[in-house]
Design a protein around this ligand. Structure first.
Ligand code: SF4
Length: 253
């Protein structure tokens, strides 16, 4: 598989650094100097990439153009380990946009958001409040899978957030449902805990934002704990359903 030159440089730099840190003392001084130059070049490249993300997106006026840009993105380290960028999918004139945290293994493999067990539960949660999955647009805060499904790092979220913000502007949903605390914090620009964020609407410009548990979190527990969390999620979903029905009636077809 062909790789872009800066990715090759990055991998080479990491390998050489690893050799150096491991005490391998066979690197010729000229190679060591090249290593330093490479390291600086990679850092410059990364910084340039991040500036591009935030500076140019206001000029991107269609979702398909934005998707083409995101699919080439290398603005953060997650690009090195992803298989597929997961841009998001669904209704491009949605009343409701759903935002998760990051792609998982199945999403990374297929390039589609919320597939696998979490996706099945999300579809059921929506169906329980009479919303078909096809009616909404589904995406996540970061578009590339963090290794081992770890929580995305702050710098990764910051690098990717301009894409999500542009998606929100282009899709213009009346309502946003954030799944999990990471998504709620990133979308609302706050540090509050999930328990502080859920159970009410927040205003984001002219949009209403609700935050609830991520389906993967609900699936992590069994028995009483899961029932308890599902009851709370159900409360959030019913709150969302009322607003969704009102907005759906107002929305021009
Ligand atoms: S996670 Fe976002 S910022 Fe990082 S490489 Fe993927 S698309 Fe780019």
């Amino acid at each position: 598989m062909e790789k872009p030159i800066h990715q090759v440089l990055e991998e080479l730099t990491l390998w050489l650094k690893f050799q150096k840190d491991s005490g391998v003392d066979l690197i010729h001084p000229e190679v060591a100097q090249s290593l330093e130059r490479l390291d600086m070049a990679v850092k410059r490249r990364k910084n340039a990439g991040q500036r591009t993300v935030s500076a140019d997106l206001s000029m991107v006026n269609s979702l398909s153009s934005l998707q083409a840009i995101v699919e080439q993105c290398r603005a953060c380290g997650l690009s090195a380990t992803r298989n597929k960028v997961v841009f998001g999918e669904g209704n491009t004139n949605p009343v409701l946009m759903i935002i998760g945290e990051a792609p998982g293994r199945e999403e990374d493999r297929t390039g589609r958001p919320f597939v696998g067990k979490s996706g099945e539960l999300l579809t059921k949660m929506l169906r329980a409040i009479n919303i078909d999955r096809q009616e909404v647009f589904i995406t996540s805060v970061v578009k590339c899978r963090p290794p081992s499904n770890r929580t995305p790092h702050k710098d990764e979220i910051e690098a990717c957030l301009p894409y999500l913000q542009r998606q929100i502007s282009l899709l213009d949903p009346k309502l946003i449902l954030c799944l999990g605390g990471v998504a709620g914090q990133a979308v609302l620009g706050v540090n509050s805990s999930l328990s502080d964020l859920r159970g009410k609407f927040h205003q984001l410009h002219e949009r209403k934002v609700a935050v609830t548990y991520h389906p993967a979190y609900l699936l992590r527990f069994g028995g009483n704990k899961q029932q308890h969390l599902k009851r709370k999620a159900w409360h959030d979903l019913q709150m969302l359903q009322k607003e969704y029905d009102k907005s759906r009636q107002k929305r021009p077809g």
